[in-house]
Design a protein around this ligand. Sequence first.
Ligand SMILES: [Ca+2]
Length: 391
Amino acid sequence: MRSTLLGAALAVTLASPAAASFQSCVAGLKQEAAQQGVSRAILDRALDISAPDEKVLRLSTVQPEFKTPIWDYLAFLVDEERVTQGRAMMRRYDSILRAAERQFGVDRFVIAAVWGVETDFGQEAGSSFLPHALATLTCASNRRTSFWKGELMAALKLVQRGDLSLDKLYGSWAGAFGQTQFIPSTYQRLAVDFDGDGRRDLVSSVADALGSTANYLKRAGWRQGESWMFEVRVPAGYNGSTGRRNKAPLSTWAQRGITRADGSPLSGGAQAGLLLPAGPNGPGFLVFRNFDAIYSYNQAESYALAISHLADRMAGYPPLRTPWPTDDPGLSRAQRLQLQKLLIAQGYDIGEADGKIGPATREAIAAAEQRLGMPPTGRAGNRIYRALGGR
Ligand SMILES: [Ca+2]
């Protein structure tokens, strides 16, 4: 038996130098983690991997070939379904959210909005086993390998420390996990045990996840009681200062002809920047220091806009007043799913309808557009949706 196994291992080694180097890299990671205090028992189970996870490697090299317009992005991240569900979840977890708001000084609607956008309120936390994904990225990708290694070590230490069992380490291919998608190093640094059971479990404990998100935003510079964003109206043909970092007092923005979205004048001395994500003919937003705290969660303005707007919608504020400058608006998640069903009914092979618009769906949309005499965009928008009978 022994010699057979040895023979098999030798054959693999001879057949594939890449596999051998992957295995020796993983062995090195085990050794390093052991030196940092992670037990052999944990390591043997966590890093029981002999070849790179090909799916993780593929996802790590995908270049987004399709640029999502801001109105599509907001249409599915802040659809009526998420607003309604968010309000229900906020009622259900009201005491936790209020406690987090009190302790960290962060608005509870924003805490809940992060939860809603990151994982649809805990429903979609990812299915990659983190130790395998991070070992793959460390040993078989050739970019940011020391970053991935640091995240792997942090994840293993969370298990060693007793915050989580190994079987909870499932998340995105890039290591974000739990109900509000922290990467392991952030988890190690900023997660809090908000339900008081002695462990920081952002996977199964809603209290720990929401408390930790509040702590994150506080540490990112949240200022209690201040605004994060509101919609504004800019004068026709506005070509003045824009940008999150180009902050000026509201009085300056008022002098530049900018008003609240309903036309009422700006007041107060707070510093804000002006965002015009679709240019001067679309909605405008004044964004404050607290918007920057939200931005730091994912380093994208469109993301921070979605969180900010979802928070406002859950708090009872209306949809945006100024329409996006397009005659082909974006679709909600329910409409995306329906669009896929319509494509399938028409004979397009896109696999199962899951509401996620990937390359196969886009190809089918382009083919359907062409068949209907429309320009083939491949985009899941309102026009093709209506043309195929969606409502
Ligand atoms: Ca806990």
